[in-house]
Design a protein around this ligand. Structure first.
Ligand code: ADP
Ligand code: ZN
Ligand code: ZN
Length: 754
C-alpha cells in the first residue's frame, strides 16, 4: 500500500487521544464501522500497544503515514458524537485559554459514564406472537401448565407489558417465558428506559411549581421583548439581566426558553448549584412539560445511569433543554440558541481544579461559537459583567421593582461595637435582632439567620497567652466540632481531641472563638425556648434528602427560624419570611482579596432579598463592626449604581480586574527552599521573555502558606488581554525545567486567591 495522503477519504480519520497526546493521529476505519464513525465520535484506538479512547476530529488526513503503519481503530463507543463541531471548537478554546491539558479538558467535557461506553438500560416487554393452533394449545396445557397460563394471559392483553413485572406477579420462572419466546408464541421487545433525576422529589416539586403563567409586569415584559428581539436577530449577543431580588427574573428566563423551544432550538440554563435549586428545576419542568417538552437535569450528583440518559437525550436531539450546574455548559445540546446563566456573580461557577474554567465565561464563549444569545442574570452582577456593559460589549435589561411592586425590605444596621456586653463577653445576637425575632415568632412569621461563611467556624484560643489551635500541616486554625469534641482541619482533615487546657501556658481558660452555626442556634434557642429552630450547615448540605426535608418543613411552617451560612441563601423563595438577620456582615471584608468589597455587597443584598417575598413587607437586620464601610452603606440603601461606580473606580485605580486579566501562578512543595529557588528562577525567565506584555507581581507566600505540609508561593500576572499571553506563558512553562518535587499550577481569572 502506498503512503496515505488523503483529505476526503472516509476510510481514514484523525483522532485526538483522551490520554493527552497533543497531536491528532491518523487511523483507518474498518469496514464494519463505516457509517457509524462521524466527526466528534468517541472511538477506541490502538495506541502505544494499549487500547485507548479518542475523539475523531476529521475525515481524511494530510499526515504522511508510512506504508503498513496505518493502524485501524477498534470500535465506535457511542452512537452519537461526543464532541460535535461546536463542542470541538469549545474544547480547543478552553484548552488554550485555561492553560490546561487535553486530558483534563476532555474528561470534563465528556462524562465518565459516556467514556465508559455505558448504554441505555433496556427493559423487555412481552406481547403475543404467532397464534397457536388448538392442538398446540392443548398440548401446552397438559405438559406445561405454567407456559399455557402465561400465554393465555399475554394473548388477552392489548399492549406489551414489562416482562419482569409479569413474571413476578404470576410467580413464573424465566424459563417458562423463554420457552414460549423460542416457540414464537410470545414476542419479546426491548424498550429503552429512562432514569429521570429528581423523580423521587416530584411530590415536592408539585407543591411549589405549577404551570400557571403570571401576567408579566411591565419591566419583565420589556426585558422579555429585548431578549426576544436579540434571539430573532440570530446572532451572538450577551445581555445582562440586572433585576433586584424578587423581581421575577426566572419568569423572564421561562418566557425566553418557551420562545426558543417553540422553534425547535436548544437551551442551556445554568444555576450555581442544582442540588440547591430544586425550585428552579421544578418551575422549568412544570412550564415546559405542559408543552410536552422534556427537560434534562445535569449536575454532579447524578448516578452514572442518570448521567447517560441525560446525555443521550440531548445528544440524540430528543431533548433540547438542560438545566444544570457549571458542567452543563458542556452538555451536548443541539442547535443551541439560548444560554442562561442565573446568579452569574456566584464564585461557584469557577471550577477549582483543572481545567480551572469559569462556567459563565465558557457560556459566553459557547454562545459566541453557536451564534446564540447569552443572558446573564443577577441582582448583584459581577464587576466583570458590569464593566462589559459599561464598555458596550453587553446589553443590559434592568428590573428595578419587585413583582407586584412589593417593597424591598427595610434594612437596619446594628453597630456591634456599641452592643451591650454581658458577663461572658459580647453576645453575637444584638438586642434589636433578638427583639425582632421574638416579635416574628409571636406573629407566627418566619425568620432566617445567616452567618458569613468566611468566619462561621469556631476555633480554640487561649486568652492568656494568645495560643490558637492550628493545624500542624496547614497554616490555618483548626475548627472545633461540638458533636464529637474534636478539632479538625478543613484543608487536610487532620483531627485531635480538643485540649482541656492551653498546651502553651497550661491555663484552663482556653476557649472557643468565633460563631459557629451551632452556637448561634443555642443562643437563639435561649431567647426563644419554644421556637422550632433548625440549623443548616455543611453536614446537612451534603445530605441531599436532609437538605430537602428541612426546606420542605420550613415551607410548610414546621420551622420558625432557619440558621445557616450564606450557602443556603441561593434562590430561597419563602413568602412567610419577614425577617432576615445577617449576624456578621463584615467578616468577608477583612480577607486578602481584591473582591472583598464586592463579595460583601453581594452578600448583604442577596441575603436581604430573602425577606419579604410574600404579601407582608420584610425587614433585615445587618450586624456589623464597620457600619461605615462603603459596601455596607451602599447595600443598605440598595444603591447598585453607587456601589458599581465607586468599586469600578477603585479597580481602575489599582488596575485590577475587570480592567486587566489576572493570572495566578502557584508553586508548592514540601521543601520551601526548593520551591523558592524554582519560583525565583522562573520569575527571572518570565520577566525577561514576557515582561513587556505582562506585569509580574511576586513571588510572595500565598495567603495560606502551607497546606498538607506543602509550602505555597505565588506569582500574579496582570495582562490587558489574556488569550495570547496565556498561550505564550504555557509554551514558556513547557520549556522550563523544574524539579519533580515542585508542583505549579496556572489559574486564569482566579476567584479563589487563598
Ligand atoms: P428573582 O429570581 O428575580 O429573585 P423570581 O423569579 O424567583 O425572582 O420571582 C419571585 C416570585 O414572584 C416567584 O414566586 C414568582 O413565581 C413570582 N412572580 C414572578 N413574576 C411574576 C408576575 N409577573 N406576577 C406575579 N408573580 C410573579
Ligand atoms: Zn495559653
Ligand atoms: Zn491541615
Amino acid at each position: 500500500m502506498p503512503s496515505i495522503k488523503s483529505t476526503v477519504d472516509t476510510r481514514v480519520v484523525e483522532v485526538i487521544a483522551l490520554s493527552g497526546f497533543d497531536k491528532a493521529l491518523a487511523y483507518a476505519v474498518p469496514p464494519t464501522c463505516q457509517g457509524a464513525v462521524k466527526v466528534g465520535s468517541l472511538v477506541r484506538i490502538p495506541l502505544r500497544r494499549r487500547s485507548e479512547l479518542g475523539v475523531v476530529t476529521r475525515f481524511g488526513t494530510e499526515q504522511i503515514v508510512p506504508p503498513g503503519k496505518l493502524k485501524m481503530l477498534f470500535e465506535v463507543v457511542q452512537d452519537y458524537p461526543v464532541l460535535p463541531p461546536d463542542l470541538m471548537e469549545l474544547y480547543r478554546w478552553a484548552l488554550r485559554y485555561y492553560a490546561s491539558t487535553p486530558e483534563a479538558v476532555l474528561e470534563t467535557m465528556i462524562p465518565a459514564a459516556i467514556r465508559k461506553g455505558m448504554k441505555a438500560k433496556t427493559r423487555l416487554y412481552l406481547s403475543a406472537g404467532k397464534a397457536p393452533t388448538a392442538d398446540e394449545l392443548a398440548k401446552l396445557e397438559k405438559r406445561a401448565p405454567k407456559q399455557s397460563e402465561l400465554l393465555r394471559f399475554i394473548r388477552q392483553q392489548l399492549k406489551p407489558l414489562p416482562r419482569a413485572d409479569i413474571l413476578k406477579r404470576m410467580k413464573l420462572s424465566a424459563s417458562a417465558c423463554d420457552a414460549l419466546v423460542s416457540k414464537g408464541f410470545i414476542r419479546e421487545t426491548d424498550t429503552e428506559e429512562e432514569r429521570i433525576a429528581y423523580e423521587d422529589e416530584l411530590g415536592e416539586v408539585e407543591t411549589v411549581a405549577s404551570d400557571s403563567r403570571p401576567t408579566l409586569t411591565d419591566e419583565q415584559a420589556v426585558a422579555v421583548d429585548a431578549i426576544t428581539a436579540a434571539i430573532d436577530a440570530d446572532e451572538f449577543s450577551v445581555r445582562l439581566l440586572h433585576g433586584v431580588t424578587g423581581s421575577g427574573k426566572t419568569e423572564v428566563y421561562l418566557n425566553a426558553i418557551e420562545k426558543i423551544v417553540a422553534t425547535g432550538g436548544g437551551v442551556i440554563f445554568l444555576v450555581p448549584e442544582v442540588a440547591l435549586a430544586p425550585q428552579t428545576v421544578g418551575r422549568v419542568r412544570a412550564r415546559l412539560e405542559a408543552r410536552g417538552v422534556h427537560t434534562v437535569v445535569w449536575h454532579s450528583h447524578l448516578s452514572e445511569g442518570e448521567r447517560y440518559d441525560a446525555w443521550k437525550a440531548l445528544a440524540s436531539g430528543e431533548a433540547h433543554v438542560v438545566v444544570g450546574a457549571r458542567s452543563a455548559v458542556f452538555a451536548p445540546v443541539q442547535n443551541l440558541r439560548l444560554m442562561i446563566v442565573d446568579e452569574e456573580h456566584e464564585p461557584s461557577y469557577k471550577q477549582e481544579e483543572s481545567p480551572r474554567y469559569h462556567g459563565r465565561d465558557v457560556a459566553v464563549y459557547r454562545a459566541h461559537i453557536s451564534k446564540a444569545v447569552c443572558v446573564l442574570g443577577s441582582a448583584t452582577p459581577s464587576l466583570e459583567s458590569l464593566y462589559n456593559v459599561e464598555r458596550g460589549k453587553y446589553a443590559v435589561d434592568r428590573i428595578l421593582n419587585r413583582v407586584d411592586n412589593r417593597q424591598l425590605p427595610k434594612i437596619h444596621l446594628v453597630d456591634m461595637r456599641r452592643e451591650g456586653h454581658t458577663g461572658k463577653g459580647p453576645s453575637p445576637i444584638s438586642q434589636m435582632l433578638a427583639d425582632k425575632l421574638i416579635d416574628r415568632f409571636e406573629k407566627k412569621e418566619q425568620s432566617i439567620l445567616f452567618l458569613n461563611r468566611r468566619g462561621f467556624s469556631t476555633s480554640m484560643m487561649c486568652p492568656g497567652c494568645g495560643y490558637v489551635a492550628s493545624c500542624d500541616h496547614c497554616s490555618i486554625p483548626k475548627t472545633y466540632h461540638r458533636t464529637d469534641k474534636k478539632l479538625r482541619c478543613h484543608l487536610c482533615g487532620d483531627e485531635e481531641y480538643a485540649p482541656v487546657k492551653c498546651p502553651e501556658c497550661k491555663s484552663a481558660n482556653i476557649r472557643m472563638r468565633g460563631q459557629g452555626t451551632q452556637k448561634i442556634e443555642d443562643i437563639v434557642q435561649k431567647i426563644l425556648p419554644r421556637a422550632k429552630i433548625v440549623r443548616m450547615d455543611a453536614d446537612s448540605m451534603s445530605k441531599k434528602n436532609l437538605y430537602r426535608k428541612i426546606l420542605n418543613d420550613f415551607r410548610i411552617g414546621k420551622i420558625d427560624i432557619l440558621v445557616g451560612t450564606q450557602m443556603i441563601a441561593k434562590g430561597l423563595d419563602f413568602p412567610n419570611v419577614t425577617l432576615v438577620g445577617l449576624v456578621d456582615a463584615d467578616r468577608s471584608l477583612h480577607v486578602e482579596d481584591f473582591r472583598a468589597a464586592e463579595r460583601t455587597f453581594q452578600l448583604i443584598v442577596q441575603v436581604s432579598g430573602r425577606s419579604g417575598r410574600g404579601d407582608r413587607a420584610g425587614e433585615v437586620v445587618i450586624q456589623t463592626h464597620t457600619p461605615h464601610a462603603p459596601p455596607v452603606q451602599f447595600a443598605r440603601r440598595s444603591d447598585f449604581d453607587g456601589f458599581q461606580l465607586e468599586e469600578l473606580e477603585q479597580r481602575r485605580e489599582f488596575n485590577y480586574p475587570p480592567f486587566r486579566h489576572l493570572i495566578r501562578h502557584l508553586f508548592r512543595g514540601r521543601n520551601p527552599d526548593k520551591v523558592n529557588f524554582y519560583i525565583d528562577q522562573w520569575t527571572k525567565l518570565v520577566e525577561e521573555k514576557m515582561g513587556d506584555r505582562l506585569e509580574v507581581r511576586g513571588p510572595a507566600p500565598a495567603p495560606i502558606e502551607k497546606i498538607r505540609d506543602e509550602y505555597r508561593f505565588q506569582l500574579w500576572y496582570f495582562a490587558p488581554s489574556a488569550s495570547r499571553v496565556i498561550v505564550e506563558l504555557a509554551a514558556l512553562r513547557e520549556s522550563f525545567k523544574m524539579d519533580k518535587e515542585v508542583i505549579d499550577l496556572i489559574d486564569v481569572d482566579p476567584m479563589n486567591l487563598s
